[in-house]
Design a protein around this ligand. Structure first.
Ligand code: HEM
Length: 424
C-alpha cells in the first residue's frame, strides 16, 4: 500500500481513539435493505471476475435516498448562512470542494503496445479533456491544509462510439475518476448503505454502527485515504481504486488505472518522497491548492502520465480493499496529459460550469465498462445525485459540458485568441 508516514500516523491515532468502539462493535454483516425497491437499470455483473452480491440493487436505492436527504439538509443550512460565491446551493455529496476545472490535452502514446490499444486508447489519438481536482471531505469550506483524500476526475471529449449511460449514449465523453490512494475502505453493498445512512443521519454518525460496517481493515484504509497532505494537485498520484474492463467479449481483461507526474517512475525513492510526503504548514491559506494550480499554469505547462495495470492471476475484481501488487502487475504508460500554460481557469463562469459538470464511471465506452459492486452502485447513485443537484440548482445538465466546447479542435484545446496553447 502506498501511503505517506503522515497518513500512517493519522491512521494510528484514529485507530487508537476508536479501539474501544471497535471492541464493542458487532460486525453484523450489512444493513437490512429489504424494504426499499431495487434500483432500476441496475447493471449486470457479467464482466471479468464480477459476482453480484445479495441485496446490491436495493442497497443502491438506500444509498441514493440517504444522500438526497443529507444534501437537502445541507443546502438548507447553506441557504440560511448565505454566500454562494462560485458554488451552487446543492453541491456534490462527495468531493464538493473543487480546486478548479482545468483544460488538458490527453494524448495516447504513438507506440502503445497492441494489447492495450482498446476503446479510447488508440495509438497517437489526441483528446481535449476537462480535469477536475478536488478534496474528498463533505465540507466544501474546509481548509486545504487539513489532511484529506484528493480527487482527480478526467473527462475526455470528442470520443467516438456510444457510452454505457443510456441518456448520454451519444455524448462522446469518457470519464476516468481517481483518488489519491490505491484502495477503498469497503466493498460490501449493504455495509456501504449503513455507512452512507450514518453519515447523513441528522444527529451525526454512530461510531459503533460505522465500525460494525467497515471493520478493522476498512478503518485502516479509511484513515489512510483521508490522512494525506497535498502541496499541489499536479504533484500527486491518483488511482482508480476499483477495476474496469479493457476490451470486450471473451478477450476482455480487468484493469486499474492511475495518474502521476511525468517521469515519476524514473525518480529515486528520495525524490519521490517530495511528492508522497509533502510538507504543508498548518497555517497555509485555506484555498492554497487553487492558488497552486494557478501558479503552476502561469509558470508553464504541467505534465502528468496516465497508466493502466492489467490484472494478474489471483487478483480479485470484487475486493476493493486489497491493492493489486504493482510488482506482480506493473502499471504501463498509456497517455500523457499536458495542461495548457496560461489558461485562466479561475473565473466565475468556469467555476460554475465546473460545479455543473457531472463525472461518472459510466460515461464510458463498452471497452472500459466499470467492474465490481462499488462501480455497479455508482451507476445508479452518480446519475441520481448529479441529476438531483443540477435540477435543484436549476443548472444546465448538458453532457458533454458546452462550456468552451468551441475551443476544442482536432482533439486539442486552442486558446480564445489565435493558435494553440503552448502545451507540450
Ligand atoms: C459505492 C461507492 C461510491 C459511492 C456511492 C460514491 C458516491 C459519490 C457521489 C454521490 C459523488 C458526487 C457525484 C455528483 O454529484 O456528480 C461522488 C463523487 C466522486 N467520487 Fe465517489 N462514490 C463511490 C465510490 C468512489 C470510489 C471507489 C472512488 C475512487 C476513485 C470515488 C471517487 C470520487 C471522486 C473523485 C468524485 C468527484 C468527481 C468530480 O470531480 O465530480 N468514489 N461519489
Amino acid at each position: 500500500m502506498t501511503a505517506s508516514s503522515g497518513a500512517r500516523s493519522a491512521g494510528l491515532a484514529r485507530l487508537a481513539a476508536c479501539a474501544i468502539a471497535l471492541a464493542l462493535a458487532a460486525c453484523t454483516g450489512g444493513e437490512d435493505v429489504g424494504t426499499v425497491p431495487e434500483a432500476p437499470d441496475y447493471p449486470k455483473a457479467d464482466g471479468p471476475g464480477e459476482a453480484l452480491q445479495e441485496g446490491e440493487a436495493r442497497a443502491a436505492t438506500a444509498i441514493g435516498d440517504a444522500i438526497e436527504i443529507g444534501l437537502a439538509r445541507r443546502a438548507e443550512a447553506r441557504r440560511e448562512a448565505g454566500g454562494f460565491a462560485r458554488r451552487r446551493p446543492f453541491i456534490r455529496d462527495a468531493h464538493p470542494k473543487a480546486h478548479g476545472c482545468v483544460k488538458a490535452n490527453f494524448r495516447v502514446m504513438r507506440n502503445l503496445p497492441g494489447d492495450l490499444a482498446r476503446g479510447v486508447f488508440r495509438p497517437g489519438q489526441p483528446y481535449c479533456a476537462w480535469v477536475r481536482f478536488s478534496n474528498s471531505n463533505e465540507d466544501p469550506d474546509r481548509s486545504d491544509a487539513e489532511a484529506d483524500g484528493r480527487g482527480m476526475a478526467i473527462k475526455l471529449l470528442g470520443v467516438e462510439g456510444e457510452t454505457l449511460l443510456q441518456e448520454h449514449r451519444a455524448a462522446g465523453t469518457q470519464d476516468f475518476i481517481m483518488l489519491s490512494h490505491p484502495v477503498f475502505f469497503i466493498d460490501d453493498a449493504r455495509d456501504y448503505a449503513t455507512v452512507v445512512r450514518e453519515q447523513n443521519s441528522e444527529g451525526g454518525p454512530s461510531l459503533l454502527a460505522l465500525f460494525g460496517a467497515i471493520g478493522i481493515r476498512g478503518t485502516i484504509n479509511a484513515a489512510a485515504i483521508t490522512g494525506l497532505k497535498n502541496r499541489n494537485p499536479f504533484e500527486a498520484e491518483y488511482w482508480s481504486m476499483v477495476p474496469y474492463q479493457l476490451g470486450t467479449g471473451s478477450a476482455a481483461r480487468a484493469i486499474k488505472f492511475k495518474s502521476q507526474p511525468c517521469g515519476y517512475d524514473a525518480l529515486s525513492d528520495k525524490a519521490r518522497t517530495f511528492y508522497r510526503e509533502p510538507e504543508v504548514p498548518d497555517d497555509a491559506a485555506p484555498n492554497f491548492l487553487r492558488r497552486a494550480l494557478r501558479t503552476s499554469l502561469e509558470a508553464g505547462s504541467p505534465c502528468m502520465e496516465f497508466l493502466v495495470q492489467v490484472r494478474a492471476a489471483g487478483m480479485e475484481v470484487e475486493d476493493a480493499k486489497t491493492e493489486w501488487s504493482p510488482e506482480e502487475a506493473p502499471f504501463r504508460k498509456v497517455a500523457t496529459l499536458s495542461f495548457p500554460a496560461g489558461q485562466d481557469f479561475d473565473t466565475l463562469e468556469q467555476n460554475l460550469a465546473c460545479e455543473d459538470m457531472a463525472f461518472t464511471p459510466w460515461h464510458a465506452l463498452p471497452e472500459h465498462k466499470p467492474l465490481g459492486a462499488l462501480n455497479r452502485i455508482r451507476k445508479v447513485v452518480y446519475r441520481r445525485i448529479s441529476e438531483f443537484r443540477r435540477k435543484n440548482n436549476e443548472a444546465p445538465r448538458a453532457e458533454p459540458p458546452t462550456h468552451h466546447l468551441d475551443q476544442c479542435r482536432g482533439g486539442r484545446w486552442v486558446s480564445e485568441g489565435a493558435g494553440s496553447y503552448s502545451g507540450r
